[in-house]
Write a new protein. Structure first.
Length: 82
């Protein structure tokens, strides 16, 4: 996934410096569109991290039968994020 900063910082700077109302609105719409794209890309990663963290904290197997020592790779496989 691409980093949002190199794209968004120039857009925000342009938005803040633009005096023309129509051009400012066009830049604003472009910035909102880009934010939606990044939101759609980042959301699954955030969900995966939350599931992984929860599984790592609990240490319980999927059936709840016993505690298990899990590393990150194992958590990723069993947390349901695949």
């Amino acid at each position: 996934a691409k980093s949002w900063r190199p794209v968004m910082i120039p857009l925000v700077n342009t938005l803040l410096a633009e005096d023309d109302k129509d051009r400012r609105m066009a830049v604003f719409i472009e910035a909102c569109s880009k934010l939606k794209e990044y939101e759609n890309v980042e959301a699954p990663s955030i969900l995966e991290m939350a599931l992984w963290k929860g599984k790592l904290k609990s240490g319980w197997s999927n059936d709840g039968a016993k505690r298990q020592a899990l590393d990150r790779g194992e958590c990723r496989c069993v947390c349901g994020s695949n």
